[in-house]
Design a protein around this ligand. Sequence first.
Ligand SMILES: O=c1[nH]c(=O)c2ncn([C@@H]3O[C@H](COP(=O)(O)OP(=O)(O)OP(=O)(O)O)[C@@H](O)[C@H]3O)c2[nH]1
Ligand SMILES: [Mg+2]
Length: 214
Amino acid sequence: MSTPKELPKLGKLKAFPSMVQIEMTTGLVFVTGNKNKLNEVQAILKGVIDVESHKLDLPELQGKTEEIAKQKSKLAAEILNGPCITEDTALCFNAMEGLPGPYIKWFQDSIGHAGINKMLDGFDDRSAYALCTFGYCRGPGHEPIIFEGRTNGKIVTARGPGTFGWDAIFQPDGYEETYAQLDKDVKNSISHRGKALDVLKKYFEDREHQDKAY
Ligand SMILES: O=c1[nH]c(=O)c2ncn([C@@H]3O[C@H](COP(=O)(O)OP(=O)(O)OP(=O)(O)O)[C@@H](O)[C@H]3O)c2[nH]1
Ligand SMILES: [Mg+2]
């Protein structure tokens, strides 16, 4: 992996290989069955943290996004028998008190862009937010840590490539384009995923600094 400036020298690393140093040296394992997510996570963390992927379609609990994300990373860490991150994405409609939320995948797969748009036709409010929740679990028996990012916007008629989920029908606030029409770098700089990864990066940087203090 590329070496972040904060990393201790290799000699110190070898002598005191703390958990953070090991993870930062070998990279983070991201467990996901979704290639588009992986591409974005790798692009956003490029040059900061190396991300390896492990393709697993994990069963997901029903409940709040935070509970789903925690359970997902806990289960993944048990299966891998080691540290990893997982991610859960929700698309929440304000007119529907946050639904479909974490269940958007099933709506997207069954009724598609047009059907999702139709769901809001009976409401005046088409505002929505994309919510991304990463779960990081150090290994079996450890309590996962959660990192969240949210981007507000609205649901519109599909515009742009239909390559990633509901990107074509989500128009973030402050932009005339949908996520799908935006340049990838622009999407990553304002997206729910980019914001959640900012918090995750900060957590690892802080742990790295704390570690160096000992
Ligand atoms: O247009 C999009 N822009 C995004 O930025 C985005 N992020 C996720 N999604 C979709 O929303 C559902 C989440 O479900 P989800 O979090 O369970 O993901 P998943 O099952 O595909 O993968 P994973 O759970 O193995 O990581 C799935 O349909 C994803 O394709 C997105 N669609
Ligand atoms: Mg999933």
